[in-house]
Design a binder for this molecule. Sequence first.
Ligand code: HEC
Ligand code: HEC
Length: 287
Amino acid sequence: MAYQSVHRAARQPWIWALLIALLALALAGPAMLFAAPPEQSAGEGETLFQAKCVACHTIGGGALVGPDLAGVADRRDAAWLSQWILAPDKMLAANDPIAVQLLQESNNVPMPNLALSEAEVASLVAFLANPGADAVTQPAAPLATGDAAHGRALFTGSSRLENGGPPCMTCHSIAGLGALGGGALGVDLTKAYETYGGDAGLAAFLNTLPTVTMNAVWSSQPLTPAEQDDLRAFMQEASFAERPPQTVWLLALLAAAGVALLLLLAQLIWRKRLVSVRKTMVQRARA
Ligand code: HEC
Ligand code: HEC
């Protein structure tokens, strides 16, 4: 059974897309070492900001997951800003006092390392120092309400994503899926609706998917606006659904059953091998 599903999975085109994306990610790292020297441009910075930052920040539109960045260049010096945007995780690990304080102020949601190049960071810092009059604020238009049931189907993969992306459940667990909470490999998304600041914040996140893995997987096969609405509606619903404690036991039981099945399979295969090895030995002895 496990065998079959592995084979079936291998025939899905998105598995290959995923592998290629991960490979590209592995190759991109070293390539960055040879990137061109920094060249600042605030215009470039604005484009980057729209692609990588608006999921969590506005400039003058209030706090989302991260603080409002209006006037941030006056609050912090340029060297700190560059270091921060380049590797917020490292600054936190080094107990930078500002980083520690910011984390406390944002309910312990850390800013992810977005794997930007030094040139990209330089243009972002230039943009933040001088964002211009038409500062980036969140869209004022009210958001469409999605269909939570369809969002659930998209999350689990029982409905196909239009552009062929893998179902969220491959990597994420979430409450509200019944006994099977979903893949335990990625982040649990039960609280994502709250941590991302509700509808507006999550909408911005799903629209740009700025973090490293999410971006590698989704940039070539984006979620459609309708899919984003449906997923958001489902994730809102899931944020209210607490996982009943007995499902933990059920999951443990299922995992144990899986291990037992594998052992059984291994034994069957091993036995057959033993028999066939013995057969040839007996035949050889007879000859
Ligand atoms: C997934 C959410 C997320 C994304 C995407 C993100 N940030 Fe942040 N950012 C945060 C959070 C949360 C904080 C508060 C510090 C913390 O908790 O780590 C923060 C803090 C900051 C600060 C410090 C603010 C201050 O008051 O000193 C700056 C500057 C910043 N981010 C810039 C950026 C830029 C530029 C980008 C895009 C390249 C970006 N962030 C993308 C979540 C995010
Ligand atoms: C290939 C695995 C994979 C798939 C598929 C995937 N994600 Fe993710 N997701 C991740 C990883 C890993 C992270 C952690 C940040 C990063 O590295 O991108 C993440 C982060 C997130 C976050 C931020 C969570 C947090 O607490 O900061 C949200 C929200 C999210 N994913 C939503 C989704 C949705 C919705 C889908 C389906 C449309 C999806 N993901 C599909 C791997 C995946």
